[in-house]
Design a binder for this molecule. Structure first.
Ligand code: ZN
Length: 217
């Protein structure tokens, strides 16, 4: 089963992708992970990506697509699992079209698209209460996952802070970009694929069971 998961920042898309992958024994292909992995491995692409990220620029589409193509085509991983869930790509209609071209070369198709729907107010509320450890990057939440000692990381004792990305004004900007760029992907997919919408405001476990039910497993 090959899936694409879409959702706004803060919708829980990454968490759900990981849970569905685990449950269905399929690969979780996250563009964030692919980029970090490439940088960590120090491959040619990794070095290029590290430079771009250090300069605070966006990694070009063709670089991300190449990483995905390599991952999809990986014979060893293909032999081990029966499908994948793509998380973090495509973000734009152009990327969606490029992905279709890649899938032609791997002989695969997207079986279903999962869209996690979430009200922007809920997103802002969720993300602005998130705190991140400056040292180990552990993530906390002021309501649902508070550190034992206020302002200190449980894991390493580091300082926990509100990331620039999680400030309400930054979130609003990210949501604007998302609406402008990613909602066209949804319209495009609605024409060609089966799109399942789920309510992202429900608890994590409920959202996972709903997705599992919708994709028929
Ligand atoms: Zn820490």
């Amino acid at each position: 089963m090959n899936l694409v998961i879409l959702g706004a920042p803060g919708s829980g898309k990454g968490t759900q992708a990981a849970r569905i992958a685990e449950r269905e024994k399929i690969r979780h292909i996250s563009t964030g992970d692919l980029l970090r992995e490439a940088v960590a491995k120090g491959t040619a692409v990794g070095k290029q990506v590290a430079g771009i990220m250090a300069a605070g620029q966006l990694v070009p589409d063709d670089v991300v697509l190449e990483l995905i193509r390599e991952k999809l085509a990986d014979a060893e991983e293909r032999a081990k699992t029966n499908g994948w869930i793509l998380d973090g790509y495509p973000r734009t209609a152009r990327q969606a079209e490029a992905l279709e071209e890649v899938l032609k070369t791997t002989g695969e198709t997207i079986d279903a698209v999962i869209y996690i729907d979430l009200d922007p107010d809920v997103v802002v509320n969720r993300l602005s209460k998130r705190r991140t450890c400056v040292a180990c990057k552990a993530v906390y939440h002021l309501v649902s996952n508070r550190p034992a000692i206020q302002g200190k990381c449980d894991a390493c004792g580091g300082e926990i802070v509100l990331r620039e990305d999680d400030k309400p004004e930054t979130i609003m900007k990210r949501l604007e970009v998302y609406k402008k760029e990613t909602l066209p992907v949804l319209s495009l997919y609605e024409k060609h694929h089966k799109v399942h919408r789920v309510d992202g405001s429900k608890p994590i476990e409920e959202v996972t069971s709903e997705i599992a039910g919708l994709i028929g497993v």
